[in-house]
Design a protein around this ligand. Structure first.
Ligand code: AMP
Length: 214
């Protein structure tokens, strides 16, 4: 069983790389951001609690995120392991996580700030099926429409310059110390996130000693 954490500033390709990894390795992808967005979309009680914080690009409370992660991992639908994305985002969350789970590695996608800005502000999402697009590198065939389901492409509510600035601030002040902590434990594989997705995926697999992707 393989248990990985994938980290990186927003727009570094965590979602894309997770999708490429989980396909043939049968890892369960757990994205805290996706779970929270589902709650907002479905108007649940949790959704009402986190909507504003998320739109502003700020972090939601540790208690809430920890209970979401605990509940998700307790479902035990991860026979071959998991890949957790968007968590831990600060040292407290990291300590909580390490107390309960051992991990095999941390994939750190490294992307300079100028690329972050370019990527995040051109990111689009299908409102219906959640497929990701990028108006620079991964354009839909028909403008504004999802290639898979024909749904409408929208901008994530937190992909604005203001929210991006807030998320970058949090990343450097709160998430970087988590990387330091994991580095001390020699868990971290840092990969250059600038090349195309297939190249990045190959570098991840080579670094972790995993079979090449299909
Ligand atoms: P993401 O999709 O990972 O960029 O997450 C989107 C938003 O969800 C973040 O900007 C936060 O508001 C919230 N979020 C996701 N993961 C966490 C976490 N581990 N701790 C606190 N807030 C989080």
């Amino acid at each position: 069983m393989r248990k990985y954490v994938i980290m990186g500033v927003q727009g570094s390709g965590k979602g894309t790389q997770s999708t490429l990894m989980r396909r043939d390795l049968e890892l369960t992808h757990i994205s805290v951001g996706d779970i929270l967005r589902w709650h907002v979309q479905e108007h649940t009680k949790i959704g009402a609690q986190v909507r504003r914080t998320m739109t502003a690009g700020e972090l939601v409370s540790d208690d809430l995120v920890e209970s979401i992660v605990r509940d998700r991992l307790q479902q035990h639908d991860w026979n071959y392991g998991f890949l957790i994305d968007g968590f831990p985002r600060n040292v407290r969350q990291a300590s909580f996580f390490l107390e309960s789970y051992d991990i095999d590695g941390v994939i750190h996608l490294d992307l300079p700030d100028e690329d972050v800005q370019k990527r995040v502000l051109s990111r689009r999402l299908c409102a219906n099926c959640g497929m990701d697009y990028n108006l620079i590198s991964d354009r839909p065939e028909v403008e504004g429409k999802c290639d898979v389901c024909g749904g409408k492409l929208v901008t994530r509510a937190d992909d604005t310059p203001e929210a991006l600035a807030a998320r970058l601030r949090d990343y450097y002040s709160k998430t970087e110390p988590v990387l330091e902590l994991f580095r001390r434990k020699e868990y971290v594989l840092t990969v250059d996130a600038r090349p195309d997705p297939a190249t990045v995926q190959n570098a991840i697999r080579a670094g972790l000693g995993l079979p090449p992707g299909k």
